[in-house]
Design a binder for this molecule. Sequence first.
Ligand code: IPM
Ligand code: MN
Length: 354
Amino acid sequence: MTQKTYKIAVLPGDGTGPEVVREGLKVLETASGKYGFRMEFTEFDFGGDRYLSTGEVLPESAPEELRRFDAIYLGAIGHPDVKPGVLEKGILLKLRFELDQYINLRPVKLYPGVETPLRNKGPEHIDYVVVRENTGGLYTGTGGISMKGTPHEVAVQSAVYNRFQVDRCLRYAFELTRNRNRKKTLALCGKTNVLTYVFDLWERAFHEMGGRDYPDITREYYHVDATCMWMVKNPEWFDVIVTDNMFGDIITDLGAITQGGMGIAAGGNINPEGVSMFEPIGGSAPKYTGKHVINPLAAIASAQMMLAHLGENRAAEAVEKAIMFVTANKLKGMGAGRMGYSTPEVGDLVAEHL
Ligand code: IPM
Ligand code: MN
């Protein structure tokens, strides 16, 4: 019997990115050996160091080249010697947009043994998914500055959505809610009381699609400010939240801290019809680089999402179980330097418990 082989592009990136990616690859190799498939890894050196030595942020050919892989596994992008925005826009956002990864999938799930800052909440209360629109809104709207440096300077940056972008994001969220088969509740997070154009479009599209195609799914609506409040006070209300790019960016950092922080929070940039890219939500954490203290669980959990996305469900479930075993029985904390183990030791623990 020939084994299925997945071609994975690996972008370790900057700072602690390479350290956490190494542990993710360790777990992927163990999982593939155990569950009977192969993974072929091809590494790319995109990131701050490459930019500083070559002056090129991302080769022109990169998106085209990456399109040929089954998935992309990314560590972190961001370098202390590069002005903020250059690498983020030039690599991370560029790849999301060029590869049309229009969904940013961010589970907010508290694993056993992980401390949450939310009082009296445990794993039974914190288990939902945020579907963040990933290619539009403020991130890609037009804008500019005129009369720069004068007292009359004007800066404009506009949130732009078309019906197509909104519909395909909502479609994904409704399907996810149905497939999760939990509370069957999809919450739209917006700001219809102020952003009366953009979120009017979102809200109408939401109810039209839901009423027509998803009668089995309960629809809820929350303003973004209230969403933040309820994510802290009553996280158990949520099953799936769908929202625009900017609000999704903000509320998923809040979600991440409620599930134990950047050491554990994982995400996927999904193109359901193309190539998707999996990455820990946290950044490159330059001050911890090379110290072997960074928590690789977020990267390992991103690898787990990649397995699920590729359809290797048994392997994905096993990796998640191993992560949960490690959080419940081994790690002292989730923060860098607080785990009671080094970065490679945490990777070993997960791999051993697979
Ligand atoms: C994220 C990050 C990025 C974003 C930055 C680094 C461009 O904050 O993935 O949430 O804003 O999307
Ligand atoms: Mn963010």
